[in-house]
Design a protein around this ligand. Structure first.
Ligand code: GLY
Length: 400
């Protein structure tokens, strides 16, 4: 059951049996929503259903939603490759109630899925709640039997979820697993919370408000539920690996990169392989959804993602454009769940090939210029004027 594709099906089947309509993922470019750069969560396609502007023939839904968090309010680009859990593209599994069930049932549904169907060890689980949310804390005690020390109250925006500067929002409760002392990190709310030991994998949002403007927040017509479970994180837990990049799907993408490069990852360069695998997914899905690299807006963010991956391919010694060669592996892994990848395969391949060919040409020109500058006779403007926007100095740095 623990392959990524099986975990997705288990989640959706569970919520289907619990009376939820299974709704297809919406595109990464939100329809009719100029406030968002990319779809960054499962609730985006339901925004108007939460606020009451739109009616659907169901009051419970479940999705596996393609999400990109690069550019905009939720932006993980610079963390990718440096932590065990950050991705620019990920699949968010979610269940939604539009004025149907609320906190108690949402907590019960989540608890039963993770402890029964997924079989997670109860004694390793803990949760956060918004600091004033006594109701949610009470339900966790009643349903999971948690003592107070496993219900951590957080007073910050980490436990008050908002899609963007405006839109539906509300207090939330996040579910964490303690992966053991051998991994660095502390529980949520401690100075060591950014470590990987305590992994947050599911966020239950109790949608109660709509942020209309920066200063005005109103009640939603009906309290609702929006949850987001990171599929890749759940796969890492169920597969007993420490990083999302060691799960089956990523292993296959990294294997494809290793074959194309003629060498696999070592301790010193594993981050580059991870960046390439993650950015391959975000770039390919964005192209499949109609975004093309350009110098502004969404296209510019896509170009930054692509070039970051291409720079890492250079660091790994790629002699030829690399990214396009990995597309068949991605389509094999994810094409069944997302047929737009199959339909878009030729466009994705051509776009990646062209962009990397251009990037390499410019990179060579810039590197030659840089070498001339170091040997002193060339004016300094050469480097800065012609530097591609996403290229940094040849010294590897966290910003590439
Ligand atoms: N909408 C819930 C989440 O993204 O965590």
């Amino acid at each position: 059951m623990s392959g990524v594709n099986d975990i997705r099906s288990t989640f959706l089947d569970y919520f289907r049996k619990e009376g939820h309509e299974i709704v297809a993922s919406s595109p990464l470019v939100p329809r009719n929503d100029p406030t968002l750069m990319f779809t960054n969560a499962g609730m985006v396609q339901f925004k108007n259903v939460f606020t009451g502007l739109e009616k659907r023939p169901y009051s419970r839904a479940s999705t596996a939603q393609k999400s990109v968090r690069a550019g905009g309010k939720h932006n993980d680009l610079d963390n990718v490759g440096y932590t065990a859990r950050h991705l620019t593209f990920f699949e968010m599994l979610g269940n939604f109630s539009f004025g149907d069930y609320f906190k108690e049932r949402a907590i019960e549904l989540a608890w039963n899925l993770i402890t029964k169907d997924f079989g997670l060890p109860k004694d390793k689980l803990l949760v956060t709640v918004y600091h004033t949310d006594d109701e949610a804390a009470g339900y966790w005690k009643k349903i999971a039997g948690f003592s107070d020390d496993r219900i951590i109250r957080i007073p910050t925006s980490d436990n008050f979820w908002a899609m963007g500067d405006t839109g539906p929002c509300g207090p939330c409760s996040e579910i964490f697993i303690d992966r053991g002392e051998h991994i660095w990190g502390g529980p949520p709310g401690t100075p060591e919370e950014d470590g990987d030991r305590f992994l947050e994998f599911w966020n239950l949002v109790f949608m109660q408000y709509e942020q209309v403007t920066k200063d005005e927040r109103i009640d939603l017509p009906r309290p609702s539920i929006d949850t987001g479970l990171g599929l890749e994180r759940m796969a890492s837990i169920l597969q007993g690996v420490e990083s999302v990049f060691e799960t089956d799907l990523f292993k296959h993408l990294i294997d494809a990169a290793s074959s194309a490069l003629g060498h696999g990852p070592g301790e010193e360069n594993v981050g580059s392989f991870r960046v390439i695998a993650d950015h391959l997914r975000s770039s390919s899905f964005l192209v499949a959804d109609g975004v093309l690299p350009s110098n502004e807006g969404r296209g510019y963010v896509l170009r930054r993602i692509m070039r970051r991956a291409m720079r890492h391919a250079q660091l790994l010694g790629a002699k030829e454009p690399l990214m396009w060669q990995l597309v068949p592996a991605l389509v094999r892994e994810m094409g069944q769940a997302y047929p737009e990848l199959v339909r878009g395969e030729a466009l994705i391949t051509e776009t990646l090939k062209l962009e990397e060919t251009r990037f390499r040409r410019r990179w060579c020109a810039v590197s030659a210029c840089f070498r001339r500058r170091r040997s002193s006779s060339t004016p300094a403007t050469c480097w800065t004027a012609r530097r591609p926007s996403s290229c940094m100095t040849p010294t590897a740095s966290r910003s590439i």
